[in-house]
Design a protein around this ligand. Structure first.
Ligand code: MF3
Ligand code: CO
Length: 262
């Protein structure tokens, strides 16, 4: 299936779902602490979505059993919420997809628990910077491969690696739509970024091996050497004004490229 381009009205609807996700992450920032069980985070998100008229789109998606993915330390993604109690020094990625009126938005954030090692802090900082680099590479007419190039380069500059086996994706009606957005360097894809494309940028950055294995639950993906991972994700629209974050708390005023550069 081809990548679809959304009208500005459709993008507004995706942004509505994105706002719920952004506000939920903001609330989590205050709540994700040592002693909190990852189950409690799941419950909070379920309640928050219900209160804000959003359906948790991950639950039941390809059989995924929970509202959120909660991935602690060496879990790269798709961790199950559990009775695990977060501990001082953990880093935990919370990933969620809200659906409002049939339109979906996806965003993940890595939270640091209490006093985190310098190494873990640096990894988290790089994961965020790598996501930003990918977003900044978004411009109408550029090849999709420019995104992965920017992400991997940014991570490598800091001495980290990017997991190649999980990719970003188109999103809108479904969680995963075309195109696939690789987070590492590849040949040019021939797919040009077009106005109205809505994609996620969500690189998983690792302090060690980029190789993952899936647990017996069929989902939980860990690094084979159990090295730490961090991940940030935004849902982004490709517009004439450049990349627009649909999962940010605030909608920026429209600024032209020229104004932004000045
Ligand atoms: N939010 C995840 C992503 O970034 C979706 C994972 S699929 C699920 O693509 F089944 F776990 F929800
Ligand atoms: Co995603």
């Amino acid at each position: 299936m081809e990548a679809v381009c959304r009208s500005s009205d459709e993008i507004k609807k995706i942004r509505r779902a994105g706002k719920v996700v952004a506000q939920c992450h903001k609330e989590l920032q205050k709540r994700v602490r040592a002693g909190v069980k990852t189950n409690d985070i799941e419950k909070f998100i379920a309640g928050f979505f219900a209160k804000h008229g959003a359906v948790a789109a991950q639950k039941g998606y390809k059989g995924y059993p929970y509202v959120s993915c909660i991935s602690v330390n060496e879990v790269a993604c798709h961790g199950f919420p559990s009775s695990y109690e977060l501990q001082n020094g953990d880093i935990v990625t919370v990933d969620m997809v809200a659906d409002v009126g049939g339109w979906k938005a996806d965003s993940a954030y890595t939270y640091m628990i209490g006093e985190v090692s310098l190494e873990a802090r640096k990894l988290v900082r790089t994961a965020k910077a790598a996501m930003r680099a990918g977003i900044n590479a978004i411009e109408i007419g550029r090849d999709l491969a420019d995104i992965g190039y920017a992400i991997e380069r940014r991570a490598e500059l800091d001495g980290y690696k990017v997991v190649a086996s999980f990719a970003g994706h188109g999103i809108g009606r479904e969680i995963h739509e075309q195109p696939q957005v690789l987070h590492v360097r590849t040949e040019t894809t021939g797919i040009k970024l077009q106005e109205g494309m809505v994609i996620t940028i969500e690189p998983i950055v690792t302090a060690g091996s980029t190789e993952l294995y899936i647990a017996h639950d069929g989902w939980t993906a860990r690094t084979i050497d159990h090295s730490l991972t961090a991940q940030f994700e935004h849902t982004v629209a490709v517009t004439k004004q450049g990349p627009q974050l649909l999962t940010a708390l605030h909608t920026p005023r429209k600024t032209s490229h020229a104004a932004k550069r000045a």
